[in-house]
Design a protein around this ligand. Structure first.
Ligand code: FES
Length: 642
């Protein structure tokens, strides 16, 4: 349910989902409210006055009764539960004059129906179950049990090729199962149109189990693994779980994991860790719907090239050494249980193929999900993570690259950087005159650090308020307690020690800004180099699709204003979320789409950027906010002039 929130005196109205936090709503609308404690409710600065409607608030104790009666509430402790009009109190200077609020432009990527990007998919999975009542053998009809089974399957599915089988686990208990269950069994078949297998018998279960057809989609991230359990009879998600990748103890990024894998026993240890994380997810989703892991009939997974190598126990050593070669891009079909995954012994693990050492199956899965391989429109697909992978193309061709953007957008290399979890500053505004901050944290708790979307907001706002220049350096003439020199040079204090959850001031400094500028510069240089390699420019792009969890919170205007995203019409931007997981879900549910994943891989060509001189030239030019060539950012230029 949606409610309107009308902010005065700015006269800005936005629609929010019922229950939305009022401070977050204001931040998303570009409305500045004093907010120093991240939304914990302790600084008492974020008072607003309700003029119409009501909010659900737990801020009563923090307000005087006269204030409460007059309609004042702490924005950070209020949830929007009806249409409201709310006034942000005027701030007053020492001389009693009102401080002008400057309208701030901010815009999330408008949520659009996923159908527009990924199309529809059907509950017609690559696996199916068939309940059969076999005729028991007689002296006249004493073919083997397996022949009898195949004969009945063929009779029930006359238009399908004769089923095949290839593994002893299937046959081991067949004779007893058939007889104990009075020849009533359910057979699990895989319809694989690819050459290797066609109508393959995966397993035989006693009795009628056709109601229980479950599939698992897994996104194998370097940091987090997510699993989605799907009822393949309906296509509905029935349980979800996620967990930190337990390899994190052996390194936060793929490079340190590869270094660890080179140690004696390191590869095996990393394989065991990722499998134990997958198993914990399987146990959790199965527990939620009270099924056994052996009830899972089909598994579809995607991960980057290094993670997939580690999962299968393949040596990733040469991925990190020039000329950056993976052992394999197209992974062999594996029985999940053979590598220790909790699953029925016969169930297959399908992995999205990779393209190159740093363009993995997670990207192929995302591109597959958004139907680039079927679309005329020229699309720029961007996944902003540690590497920053990009793909440009359409149904006829695709070119892709990894940009080595570095981990700044995941909090890496940033003094108070952190992942997007509770306490991370995710949104920030600065008052253009007082330079006071408005801090909104994930979970509305005291701030602990800065996540990627917070960093983009901070840099964009500091730039707009002329606290930093276009090279990310603080203006030295500012005489303000929050702008000071610290251990790492000049910095801005986002939260004082007493307002932070870490017992120290939370700052953003020039080293952080430099790392962020390098990361966004690598992304932008990547877009330019790929486009030029196919004789195109930004104006040829019909749509830009952002993937990855990071994209959910990205503020489009701010990301453009710092040069992370190209300055194009805003309605060309789409946000897809965890595209890797989405691709796995679609493949798991719809056999037609499942088979098309091969086509996607065949269309994609990798361009190595690491030693590409064009990339280096573009990169150097992009180490500026937003760019040394302002003609590439006309809307930002226009805003500066106005
Ligand atoms: S009391 Fe609301 S932000 Fe501090």
């Amino acid at each position: 349910m949606k409610h309107s929130v009308h902010f005065l005196p700015d006269d800005i109205t936005i629609n929010v989902t019922s229950g939305e936090n009022l401070l977050s709503a204001a931040a998303n609308a570009g409305i500045y409210i004093h907010a120093f404690c991240g939304g914990e409710g302790i600084c008492g600065k974020c008072k607003v006055q309700l003029e119409q409607g009501d909010v659900k608030s737990d801020s009563v104790a923090s307000l005087k009764s006269t204030e409460y009666k007059a309609g004042f509430r702490l924005a950070c402790r209020s949830q929007v539960v009806s249409d409201i009009t709310v006034r942000i109190p005027d701030m007053v200077k020492a001389d009693g004059k009102s401080l002008k609020r400057k309208p701030i432009t901010t815009r999330s990527i408008s949520p659009r129906s996923l159908d527009e990007i990924v199309g529809k998919w059907n509950a017609n999975p690559p696996v199916r179950k068939l309940f059969l009542k076999l005729t028991p053998p007689t002296l006249e009809d004493n073919v083997s049990d397996m022949q009898r089974l195949i004969r009945d399957i063929s009779a029930t599915m006359p238009d399908s090729p004769e089923p095949t089988y290839d593994h002893p686990e299937l046959i081991q208990y067949l004779a007893t199962d058939l007889r104990e269950k009075n020849w009533e069994i359910t057979v699990l078949l895989l319809h694989n149109q690819e050459d290797v297998e066609k109508n393959h018998i995966i397993s035989v279960e006693s009795g009628d189990t056709t109601d229980h057809l479950y599939g698992l989609a897994i996104d194998i991230g370097t940091t987090t693994l997510s699993g989605v359990l799907i009822d393949l009879n309906t296509g509905n998600i029935i349980a979800e779980a996620s967990s930190y990748n337990s390899q994190i103890g052996q390194g936060e990024d793929v490079i340190s994991r590869m270094i660890y894998a080179a140690r004696p026993g390191g590869l095996r240890a990393l394989q065991e860790k990722v499998i134990s994380t997958i198993n914990s997810i399987i146990e959790e989703v199965c527990k939620k719907v009270i099924i056994s892991p052996s009830d899972i009939c089909h598994i579809m997974a995607a991960g980057n090239t290094v993670m997939t190598h580690l999962l299968l126990g393949f040596n990733p050593k040469f991925i990190r050494e020039a000329p950056y070669v993976p052992t394999v891009n197209q992974f062999p079909l594996t029985k999940a249980s053979s590598i220790g995954i909790l699953a029925h012994p016969c169930v297959r693990l399908f992995l999205y193929p990779c393209i190159a050492s740093y363009v993995g199956g997670d990207i192929v899965s995302g591109v597959h999900a958004c139907l680039m391989h079927k679309n005329e429109e020229i699309t720029l697909f961007i996944d902003i993570g540690t590497n920053g992978e990009i793909v440009i193309g359409n149904k006829d061709w695709m070119i892709c690259a990894a940009c080595s953007a570095g981990p700044a957008f995941e909090g890496g290399g940033i003094r108070h950087g952190m992942r997007a979890s509770s306490g991370a500053i995710e949104n920030f505004h600065i008052h253009p005159e007082t330079l006071d901050p408005m801090i909104v944290t994930i979970g509305h708790t005291k701030p602990k650090g800065i996540c990627g979307s917070g960093l983009i907001s901070i840099v964009s706002e500091l730039l707009e308020a002329s606290v930093i220049d276009q090279q990310g350096k603080f203006y030295r003439h500012l005489n303000h307690p929050r702008v000071r020199t610290g251990n790492d040079g000049w910095e801005y204090v986002l939260a004082w020690k007493n307002e932070s959850a870490i017992g120290e001031d939370i700052v953003v400094n020039e080293v952080d800004l430099d790392n962020m500028i390098r990361a966004k510069g690598a992304m932008y240089a990547g877009y330019q180099t790929l486009l030029e390699s196919v004789g195109m420019s930004f104006s040829d792009l019909d749509r830009i699709i952002l993937a990855g969890n990071f994209g959910a919170y990205i503020d489009l205007e701010r990301a453009i204003s710092i040069g992370l995203l190209p300055d194009l019409e805003r309605d060309r931007f789409f946000y897809l979320g965890n595209a890797s997981m989405l691709g796995c879900r679609i493949s798991l549910t719809d056999q037609q789409r499942f088979h098309e994943r091969i086509q996607v891989r065949q269309l994609m060509t990798n361009l190595e950027l690491s030693e590409n001189p064009e990339f280096m030239n573009h990169y150097m030019a992009a180490l500026f906010l937003p760019h040394t060539d302002m003609n590439l950012f006309p809307s930002v230029q226009l805003k500066k002039k106005s």
